[in-house]
Design a protein around this ligand. Structure first.
Ligand code: PEP
Ligand code: MN
Length: 362
């Protein structure tokens, strides 16, 4: 493991270490002056001090709503100032930084796709240095679980004189269907905290969950793991949101969520480790289940082939061969061969049951 960098950090005024959780909330995108104003008023009533909204949206495909740009900055700043809140937006280029700071945005965040791109990170860092403005900057994790890339992005900003930094865990993208839009890998932010203990770490349960119904569950997990705060997507009318409609809460829902959060005293590192390891186990079990589905689908395909060819369902040589090979492989890999034999036998039995259904029912 490479040596821990020592970031030179200042305390962030809206995030005193003893105020937990720090909550930053607001819509995915700023869509109009009215939407920002309605949302900000309700969030202020819910006790939120920092209003977020995207002005430029990094979308996966062209042709989607990509944000209203500089016009949106005016709505964000106006709504925040009217409500006595701080404003936050995402920047990814030098032009974004100049425009956001010029419009009076108080807090910047770096999106997951930008953190993953060292050229873009250096451009943002150099621009911030040129502006001589030590604004708070939140750095989301990169899209893939690469801790060094995340730390590298923080270091680039810190070397450019930015000392008011925070990290945000927003989950990692992966191939295929999952319970999460971006799966959390809690070990990564926990390791980040171990390497950079003075850096506040927030969680973005909205981009992890991807569905408003499960945002609360993820937020509670983050609190249980000792995160310093949350960045939550919140819209005055989520169903008509122009981006990420599925995952946004209403300000009232956020208020309820915050009221229901159980705040535990900071867990000792060993219990945080156990929770991170358990969530790792949950993730592996998710993958095991997905693999079982994939295996059963292939086995069904073989069943249809056997039906067409009039073949018997159980081929004993194949079964014996499968068992012997896996038992040897298990032993080589340090697994108990009897356990692996019985696991394969159970899986095989289910495959046979499904194939019998196929050949008998056509
Ligand atoms: C966002 O916060 O709206 C956003 C685009 O986040 P991320 O970079 O985490 O996808
Ligand atoms: Mn979003």
């Amino acid at each position: 493991m490479s040596a821990a960098p020592t970031l030179d950090l200042d305390k962030i005024d809206f995030a005193e270490k003893d105020v937990r959780p720090v909550v930053i909330a607001g819509p995915c995108s700023a869509e109009s002056e009215e939407q920002m104003m309605f949302t900000a008023i309700a969030l202020k009533q819910a006790g939120i001090r920092v209003l977020r909204a995207g002005a430029w949206k990094p979308r996966t495909k062209p042709g989607c709503f990509e944000g209203y740009g500089e016009q949106a900055l005016k709505w964000i700043v106006k709504a925040a100032r009217c409500c006595g809140m701080l404003s936050a937006t995402e920047v990814a280029t030098a032009a974004h930084v100049y425009a956001a700071l010029g419009a009076g945005i108080d807090v910047l965040w770096i999106g997951a796709r930008t953190t993953a791109n060292p050229f873009a990170m250096q451009e943002v860092a150099d621009t911030l240095r040129a502006c001589s403005r030590n604004v708070p900057v939140l750095v989301k994790n990169p899209v893939s679980p690469d801790l060094e890339l995340w730390i590298g992005a923080l270091e680039r900003l810190n070397k450019a004189g930015m000392t008011r930094l925070m990290a945000v865990h927003r989950g990692f993208s992966s191939y295929g269907e999952h319970n999460y839009r971006n799966s959390p890998i809690w070990r990564v932010p926990i390791e980040l905290h171990r390497r950079l203990p003075d850096l506040p770490v927030l969680c973005d349960p909205s981009h992890i969950a991807g569905r408003s119904e499960t945002v609360g569950h993820v937020a509670q997990q983050a609190m249980d793991m000792g995160f310093d705060g949350l960045m939550v997507e919140c819209h005055c009318c989520p169903s008509v949101a122009l981006s990420d409609a599925r995952q946004q809460l209403t300000p009232q829902e956020l208020e309820e969520l915050l009221r229901s959060l159980k705040l535990r005293k900071r867990p000792d590192p060993s219990s945080a480790d156990i929770m991170a390891l358990r969530s790792e186990i949950d993730r592996i079990d998710d993958r095991l289940l997905a693999l079982l589905v994939e295996r059963m689908n292939v086995s069904d395909e073989i069943g249809r082939h056997k039906l067409r060819e009039g073949m018997a369902v159980v081929q004993h040589e194949r079964y014996n061969d499968l068992m012997d090979r896996r038992a040897v492989q298990a032993e080589d890999a340090g697994l108990n061969p009897d356990f692996v034999r019985s696991l394969i036998a159970t899986i095989h039995e289910e495959s046979v049951r499904r194939q019998l259904g196929i050949v008998n029912n056509g």
